[in-house]
Design a protein around this ligand. Structure first.
Ligand SMILES: Nc1nc2c(c(=O)[nH]1)N(C=O)[C@@H](CNc1ccc(C(=O)N[C@@H](CCC(=O)O)C(=O)O)cc1)CN2
Ligand SMILES: Nc1ncnc2c1ncn2[C@@H]1O[C@H](COP(=O)(O)OP(=O)(O)OP(=O)(O)O)[C@@H](O)[C@H]1O
Length: 192
């Protein structure tokens, strides 16, 4: 049954999605520069040798320049592959090809490593629609990262990537929602 919080989340997602769609190419290009720089600083500060990170869509802050840098550095990158049971498989995308996964998300093509492969990384970079000042995360509504993070015994640092205007005071919250340790925006890295 859809609850009041479900409705609030849905309305907020629609607003945030529209805002992203209205960004100009110049605004997106400037955001990419900042996000790339801050993701590189984060990986360097944590001395992460392996990271989990998604391939961004057209409207998400662009993770691709960061991913190219990470691969050049010899960092192992695990990419999420959506499964229809709500869990995420992971792949290093050794073929170099990209495809559209479930729901049209971009995914690399490669051997599927299964949900527990995520336990091997030093840093998890997650997509989000918004983050609040306490570090609670709202995603795009399929619960993939809530389930993944909620099932991990020992979780490395988790950072979300959002635009600055998506750092909100308060978010509607459900019991299964998982917080992040920090957030990367075009203008800064924020630790909770
Ligand atoms: N680039 C990228 N890859 C990712 C994610 C992501 O957010 N971004 N995911 C993060 O979990 C997973 C896929 N999650 C998804 C979550 C929701 C919908 C989706 O279509 N949701 C709504 C509409 C969203 C909206 O309001 O704009 C729908 O069901 O119609 C699709 C995939 C794994 N890969
Ligand atoms: N740990 C969990 N176990 C079972 N169901 C869950 C869990 N986490 C989330 N769900 C279900 O998934 C659906 C989406 O949850 P929610 O709106 O919090 O997702 P989200 O954080 O926006 O999505 P995502 O993690 O994919 O970005 C809800 O119906 C919720 O009940």
């Amino acid at each position: 049954m859809a609850t009041e919080v479900d409705h609030q989340k849905r309305a907020l997602r629609a607003e945030l999605r529209e805002r992203r769609q209205n960004l100009t190419q110049t605004e997106k290009d400037n955001a990419t520069i900042g996000v790339t720089e801050h993701l590189q600083s984060l990986v360097t500060a944590l001395d992460a040798r392996s990271v989990a990170c998604y391939l961004s869509t057209q409207t998400e802050p662009d993770t691709r320049p960061f991913l190219n840098w990470a691969l050049e550095q010899g960092i192992r990158v695990l990419f999420p592959v959506s499964r229809d049971d709500g869990l995420l498989d992971w792949t290093v995308g050794e073929t170099g090809d990209e495809t559209q996964g479930l729901f049209g998300m971009p995914e690399p093509v490669g051997e599927l490593l299964g949900p527990i492969a995520i336990n091997q990384v030093d840093l998890i970079i997650v997509p989000a629609a918004a983050i609040d000042q306490g570090g609670m995360r709202m995603g795009w509504g399929r619960g993939y990262f809530d389930k993944t993070l909620g099932s991990m015994e020992k979780c490395p640092p988790v950072y979300a990537v959002v635009y600055d205007a998506e750092l909100l005071t308060d978010l509607p919250r459900e019991v299964h929602d998982q917080p992040v340790n920090g957030v990367v925006t075009p203008s800064r890295i924020l630790d909770f």
